[in-house]
Ligand binder design. Sequence first.
Ligand code: ADP
Ligand code: MG
Length: 447
Amino acid sequence: MSPEDDAIRGLREALKVSPDNLPLRVHLAQTLCNYGRFDEAATEYRSALSLSPENADVKFGLASAYLSLDEQSKAMVILEDLCRSAAAPAKAFVVFAKLLLGEGKVRDAVIQYKEALERDPASADPILGDQLGVGEAYQDGDVVEGRSRESTQPEIESFVSEVERPKIKFEDVGGMDKLKEEIRLKILYPLQHPEMYKAYGKKIGGGILMYGPPGCGKTYLARATAGELGAGFISVGISDVLDMWTGQSERNLAQIFEQARYNKPCVLFFDEVDALGGRRSDMSSGAGRHVINQFLSEMDGVEKSNDGVLVLAATNAPWHVDPAFRRPGRFDRVLFVPPPDLEARASVLRIHLKGKPQDAIDFAQVAKKTPEFSGADMKAVVDQAIEEKLRLALKEGIPKPLITRDMIAAAKTLRPTTREWFSTARNYAIYSNQGGIYDDVLKYLNL
Ligand SMILES: Nc1ncnc2c1ncn2[C@@H]1O[C@H](COP(=O)(O)OP(=O)(O)O)[C@@H](O)[C@H]1O
Ligand SMILES: [Mg+2]
């Protein structure tokens, strides 16, 4: 038997006799760590924590074990909690700062690292200090924070390829005039007439949150906005955000915002942003909360730098979105994207039929026959009609243009997909309409 096994077996045996002996259990955990058995160590630290839930050293031990196991997000949750307590050891702040830096949260990393130095100057980590620009200068109270930008730049370049250049423009989007105007006010005009905004002391910045039933063009409009501006387009979806949250992604929010700034003018689009909803129980604490807070602080940064980045977000479930998102400078414009009205439905049809063989289609007539249809539903009408026509053409050998009747026949085979959303939204609009955010939904429903 090796000395390692001997030592560990001895400790385990002693613990069998006195399972509640905290120092003994911690000693076993440390010994396991020394031998690289981090998995078992984590188990012992967890038992130790159940004996002494607020024990700072045990928490730090557990976080370290998780780190050695490459379980960053678990370590993060513990450190986040630990570093709020007065009892936290200085080295916990150092480790926390490293993790934050790894996530691109330079500002927060600096704060934590300074706290470590404050508590124990001997905890200084010269390499980390150098990366954060917190070094000798800090000793005389003069902090240098200039290093961050340079050090993140190469990482940005490595995923620049994800910036799209959409071809579609506002004219390719049917209806949505109010939203288009809002977007022009927020970004097009400020870019074109900065002096005008300055003269009136109007601050530029903040984002627009779009909500409404699925298929009504939220994602489509975001893309068209970039096309209209000749801007880059970065779309961040639920899965990206959840990956960041669970530590499965190298990318993080700070990098994405940085990438948008680097590619300005740029539309930065967060799709299905309810995944970031602070109201969801799984996002309201720990690492989930951390991602939300990071998101919000980045939003605030965009306002300050006001540099040709338009932040748009969309959700089908605005009731899951944390109210903190709606503060000034964040998503201070929350806009309802309703299903297209009569006129908009006609223009969605026209858009999707462009370049297709057709003969004098009465768009208004088809629009009349498609109440409650979403933009996506209208597109489905077009697809369906084309498919049918193609089938006929192949059978008869003669291609014929699409006519009004084809469109109406296709519409009859389809049902509007917006109803279900309204049956949910209705309740929120009536019973939790704080600040009147759902006034437009109520108006739409004639309530
Ligand atoms: N107003 C519109 N004008 C033209 N096409 C639209 C419009 N609204 C929706 N569509 C079509 O429906 C598809 C789905 O819309 P999408 O933007 O994904 O809806 P949402 O994001 O609101 O769920 C779009 O890709 C587009 O082809
Ligand atoms: Mg969408």
